[in-house]
Structure formats: structure tokens, C-alpha cells
Design a protein around this ligand. Structure first.
Ligand SMILES: C[C@@](CO)(OP(=O)(O)O)[C@H](O)COP(=O)(O)OP(=O)(O)OC[C@H]1O[C@@H](n2ccc(N)nc2=O)[C@H](O)[C@@H]1O
Ligand SMILES: Nc1ncnc2c1ncn2[C@@H]1O[C@H](COP(=O)(O)OP(=O)(O)O)[C@@H](O)[C@H]1O
Length: 270
């Protein structure tokens, strides 16, 4: 008898604050960030099969290649090789998050694939942890999908309580993709100081991202006009911005008023 499908959510990632502290020898940047995760995101399903396959469904499926370069494929192949198990699994990715948008879509999917296949194949969870940083700087945080402080390239993690669990959040993207690499390349090299209280912090990638996609400024200005916004900021390398709301009703009212040409997702912080 075949086994029932296993399902794993790939929660959207937020950088509550992101301080860029310097350039590293490996071409990446030293960061100080607070990662938080939403209750919603992409969805990954595993079904028994003889071979490894990936099918992509959902609103952003057309923007993604389902070939071996997909981070879900890469995570699955890497775990199978590391664990020395057969690669048999039919994966379906429901792609709800816009691609290249600062909320970790690909990294979240890779993290979800590692969690899902650790369960599906019964492999040692330490293997997934070991592979995560090789799949991307954000993948260790997404594997954890819990509020954490990230340092180093964003892959050295310490669990923290940011005090925002269950907060209503609205994510808005002006529907313009941004390359993480290009945004980091536009950072001016000025270290503006360490991250203490994240509420008093900033996103140092906002300025270079806004130079590439000025519509980010329109989204942040629009958030400022909404009632009940506690804090609004850009996430990651953009262009998605998020606002934390005082109440669910205020969040829903803003969602209802959001311009139609922008992508939006109403959720809660996990
Ligand atoms: C900016 C952040 C903040 O959480 O998120 P996103 O905007 O991607 O969501 C991350 O640091 C993105 O992590 P991730 O998307 O995994 O990046 P990677 O695949 O490792 O690297 C892609 C490119 O981003 C740049 N990069 C990434 C991480 C880092 N600490 N310094 C960098 O300079 C490098 O140019 C690198 O070649
Ligand atoms: N499963 C995936 N979902 C999204 N992007 C992916 C995936 N696999 C590979 N990629 C590639 O990773 C790049 C970064 O995408 P993504 O992780 O969504 O960005 P961000 O981290 O800024 O949200 C994209 O340009 C895309 O081509």
C-alpha cells in the first residue's frame, strides 16, 4: 500500500531589521538581522514515487523552472546523496510567494524540502542542518522557520523572542522582481552600526533596492497612510514590504484598500 502524502508549509520570511556591517572575503556581506516567519507561504507535498520529480502549481508557477536548478530539486538531491537513500519522491510545490522578492521564496522552499524529506525518508535531521548553508545564506534560517537573530552571512543563528508572535501582518510587493546580488552590489559600503532593538533598527538594503525599484517607496508611503500600522519596513533585498498591525481588522482594512496592481498577502507572524 502506498503511503499518504506528507505536506510542509514553506513560510514567508521577514527580516524585521537588516543591518549590513561589511563586505566579506567570500563576496557576500556580514549581516545582523532578525528573521521572523509568517503563518502562510508556499506549500510542498511529497508522494511516494520511484524517481525524483517536481511539479509546480499555484499563482507564480509560470515564473519558475522546475528543472534541476530549482532549489527544491537541489535540496532533495543533496539530501538523498548525503543520506545515501534512493531519490524516490514526487514533489509538488504550490508557489504562492512571488519569486526574487525578499521573502525567501526559494530559500523557504529549500528549507521546507529539507524538513519534509527528513520526515519522508526518515533521515537524520543533522544532515539537513549540515546541507542548509550550502543551498543559500538564508536556508538555515528557513529550515528553522522560527524567530532568530542572524549574524555572519545571515547563517549563524540564535533563537530570540522578538515579541511579535501572532501579530497581524500584511505583505505588499509592487510586482517588480529584484536580484539579491544586484541590491547588495548597490550597498554604499557604509557601516551604519550594530543591530540592538530591532524596532529602532533599519533595513540597510532599502536604499539600494529603492534606487533599482523606486516603487518600493510608493509601497512604504502607502503603508504610512493606513490606520493601525505599528511598523512598516522592506524585507530582505526587496521589493516586498511588510507592515505589522495593531489589530486584525486594521490589517484587513488595509488589505481591502491595497492597489490591485500590487501583490499582497495577509498573514500572521508565527
Ligand atoms: C538579503 C537576504 C536577507 O535575509 O534575503 P533575500 O532578499 O534573499 O530574501 C539574504 O541575505 C539573502 O540570502 P540568499 O537569498 O540565501 O542569498 P544567497 O543565495 O546565499 O546569495 C545570493 C547573492 O546575494 C549576495 N549576498 C547574500 C547573502 C549575504 N550575506 N551577502 C551577500 O552579498 C551575494 O551577492 C550572493 O551571491
Ligand atoms: N523554488 C524556488 N522558488 C523561488 N525561486 C527559486 C526557486 N528555486 C530557485 N529559485 C531561484 O532563486 C532566485 C531567488 O529567488 P527567491 O528565493 O524567491 O528570492 P528572495 O530570497 O529574494 O525572496 C530566483 O531568481 C529563482 O530563479
Amino acid at each position: 500500500m502506498s503511503r499518504p502524502p506528507l505536506v510542509e508549509v514553506a513560510p514567508a520570511k521577514l527580516n524585521l531589521a537588516l543591518h549590513v556591517r561589511g563586505r566579506r572575503a567570500d563576496g557576500r556581506h556580514d549581516l545582523e538581522t532578525i528573521f521572523a516567519f509568517c503563518t502562510d507561504g508556499d506549500k510542498l507535498t511529497a508522494l511516494e514515487s520511484d524517481d525524483l520529480s517536481l511539479t509546480i502549481t499555484g499563482p507564480f508557477a509560470a515564473m519558475l523552472d522546475d528543472g534541476p536548478g530549482n532549489l527544491v530539486h537541489r535540496a532533495a538531491s543533496a539530501l538523498a546523496a548525503e543520506a545515501r537513500v534512493g531519490k524516490g519522491v514526487a514533489l509538488t510545490l504550490e508557489k504562492n510567494l512571488p519569486v526574487a522578492s525578499g521573502i525567501g521564496g526559494g530559500s523557504a522552499d529549500a528549507g521546507a524540502a529539507l524538513r519534509l524529506l527528513t520526515r519522508f525518508w526518515g533521515t537524520d535531521p543533522a544532515l539537513a542542518q549540515r546541507l542548509a548553508p550550502e543551498l543559500g545564506s538564508d536556508v538555515p534560517a528557513c529550515l528553522l522557520s522560527m524567530t532568530a537573530r542572524g549574524t555572519g552571512a545571515g547563517d549563524a543563528l540564535e533563537l530570540v523572542d522578538a515579541g511579535v508572535a501572532d501579530t497581524p501582518v500584511l505583505l505588499v510587493n509592487p510586482m517588480l522582481p529584484l536580484s539579491t546580488r544586484d541590491v547588495f552590489a548597490g550597498w554604499d559600503g557604509v557601516d551604519r552600526g550594530p543591530l540592538g532593538d530591532w524596532r529602532e533598527g533599519r533595513n540597510d538594503l532599502e536604499a539600494p533596492a529603492r534606487r533599482l525599484v523606486p516603487a518600493i517607496g510608493e509601497v512604504l508611503d502607502w503603508f504610512e497612510e493606513q490606520d493601525g500600522v505599528d511598523l512598516a519596513r522592506m524585507s530582505g533585498s526587496g521589493a516586498t514590504c511588510f507592515a505589522l498591525f495593531e489589530t486584525e481588522d486594521a490589517r484587513d482594512a488595509a488589505a481591502a484598500a491595497c492597489p490591485e496592481e500590487w501583490w499582497q498577502m495577509a498573514s500572521f507572524v508565527r
